[in-house]
Ligand binder design. Structure first.
Ligand code: NAP
Length: 497
């Protein structure tokens, strides 16, 4: 039996949409994009907490082939990202290929039929020649198992399930977590709540955010003369690249740059927070870059406000009307906001069960061995499988550089397969091992292995202690390899149907 689809894409965020656009370009237009949420946009659909904005300048945080001249700020608010996603879906005719509220349970490679069988939680099965997992890195919200959390009598909100109708005015709120999400949210909650206690386990590096409105005339210029926006993108991308490559990936060779970033963050803290003890508590004791640093002009200042308190004692348990810390102190609250992030390594790699050739389970393979993926996109024993959210795939600071490198890799790989008149591909063990050895080697110079990161509790590290998320090369290298990897790093085959 011929499969129902050329391809099934799982996830209708920017990764899945990029994959869809590339499939169309490759002539594999009979595809479906399955999405568990009720609309498109991925992160930018799920997250809509107050203060949400992109933290990579918008000229760079967008597809290079689909610039948006209408960003209203240098760092656009979340609503504009969602709107941009909708625009892309419509312009590239992706919406009619999307199926929402469709939870994929798993996918299994059918060796005999040489296609994938994808099972949906409603009991339906779909078949496709190729499967592309675009389920995102930060898509499985994490709620720590605080003892007593079920007994809490007030309102509990996780930042990924924000209730837009909930009014914080006059509330006694707590926010648990001080990651990038909390940094954006805390100043907004402080504006409305009567009292706000922030429960911090690990402080975060925060540098000033050079944000500004983009005036209408500049938007018009970007629209009429796209080269101007392209130039702005290039400048911004180069700055991000320098920060990432020199400060983070070549930490060993360029410590002063990394230290300079930390000094900037410390100066920002000193000029923003009046109380010395609060400043001390907000100062990280790990190197800059161990964790994704954040940008904000409001976060630190919020701790000067009388009704805002920073709590650094660890949480012991939760009671119906408050949070009790290890020192026995109870903070009475009626609203509990969980800015506790995502579970990456236990449930997100991969986010669905993937069973490849010889019954190999991808999640088990990664956990029992090392997390690995050739060029951050394919895995031996998983034919016709493109994994967009793979170990060592995240290249650069803007997710779009990763997506576009992966689109290029798809173009070269599928192009060669078609040229040979074949229908299946699989990366060789040899190529995969060589890539893994290379990235492992390169990571030695990075802040993750050469810096002091032991106290950072960074999600960049997996359960084996490996920083297996970021590709330790420049984005230029990632893009160059995407169009020049040896074609024999793959085997190609035919399918009888
Ligand atoms: P996160 O960085 O993982 O932060 C989660 C926070 O919850 C951390 O402060 C963590 O403390 C705390 N936490 C977790 N378990 C805890 C426990 N048992 N007790 C006390 N505290 C606990 O998650 P996030 O803030 O949602 O950000 C995730 C990523 O999303 C960011 O790094 C960024 O890449 C992305 N993001 C981007 C934007 C943007 O572009 N605009 C905005 C928001 C987020 P520890 O540090 O001690 O573990």
């Amino acid at each position: 039996m011929a499969p129902q689809y050329d391809a099934i894409v799982v996830g209708a965020g920017f990764g899945g949409m990029g994959a869809g656009i590339q499939l169309d370009r490759l002539g594999l237009s009979n595809f479906v994009i399955l999405e568990r949420e009720n609309d498109l946009g991925g992160t930018w659909h799920v997250n809509h907490y107050p203060g949400l904005a992109v933290d990579i300048a918008s000229v760079t945080y967008s597809y290079s082939f689909e610039p948006n001249p209408h960003w209203t700020r240098l760092f656009a608010p979340g609503t504009e990202l969602k709107k941009y996603a909708e625009h892309v879906a419509d312009k590239y005719d992706l919406r009619r290929r999307m199926r929402f509220d469709t939870v994929v349970g798993g996918a299994r490679w059918d060796e005999e039929q040489q296609h994938w069988v994808v099972s949906i939680e409603n009991g339906e099965s779909l078949t496709a020649r190729y499967i592309l997992a675009a389920t995102g890195f930060l898509s499985q919200p994490y709620t720590p198992p605080f003892p007593g959390i079920d007994t809490f009598a007030g309102k509990i909100i996780h930042t990924t399930a924000w209730d837009n109708d909930f009014d914080l005015t006059g509330r006694k709120a707590a926010i648990i977590g001080t990651g990038a999400t909390a940094v954006q949210l805390i100043p907004e909650v402080a504006k409305k709540a009567d009292a706000l206690t922030v429960f911090q386990r690990t402080p975060i590096w925060v540098v000033p955010k050079v944000d500004t409105a983009i005036p209408k005339p500049v938007q018009t210029l970007f629209e009429r003369v796209p080269a101007t926006q392209k130039a702005a993108r290039m400048v911004n991308t180069t700055m991000l690249e320098a920060l990432m490559v020199v400060g983070v990936l070549h930490f060993k060779q360029a410590k002063p740059l990394n230290k300079a970033a930390a000094l900037l963050a410390k100066a920002h803290l000193r000029t923003s927070v009046k109380d010395k003890e609060t400043r001390r508590k907000l100062t990280p004791d790990y190197d800059f870059g161990c964790k994704r640093p954040t940008f904000s002009n409001l976060y630190f200042k919020t701790f000067n406000e009388e009704h805002v308190r920073l709590e650094t004692n660890s949480i012991d348990h939760i009671e119906p009307d408050g949070i009790v810390t290890a020192d026995g102190h109870k903070t009475e609250i009626d609203t509990l906001i969980l800015a506790t992030g995502f579970n990456l390594w236990d449930v997100n790699f991969p986010a669905i069960e993937i069973i490849g050739r010889d019954g190999v389970n991808l999640g088990k393979f990664w956990r029992d061995n090392r997390f690995q993926a050739y060029e951050g996109i394919t895995v031996p024993k998983f034919p016709n499988f493109i994994s967009l959210n793979s170990p060592y795939s995240y290249s650069g600071l803007s997710y779009f550089t990763t997506i576009e490198a992966q689109m290029k890799h798809m173009g070269r790989l599928f192009g060669e397969m078609f040229r040979r008149g074949e229908k299946t591909f699989e990366v060789t063990e040899h190529a995969n091992t060589e890539f893994l050895d290379r990235v492992t080697d390169k990571l030695d110079s990075s802040v993750f292995y050469s810096g002091q990161c032991s106290t950072a509790r960074s999600y960049y590290y997996n359960q084996h202690g490996e920083a297996a998320l970021l590709r330790p090369t420049s984005t230029v290298n990632a893009h160059r390899e995407a169009v020049s990897f040896p074609l024999d790093d793959y085997t190609y085959g035919s399918a009888s149907v």
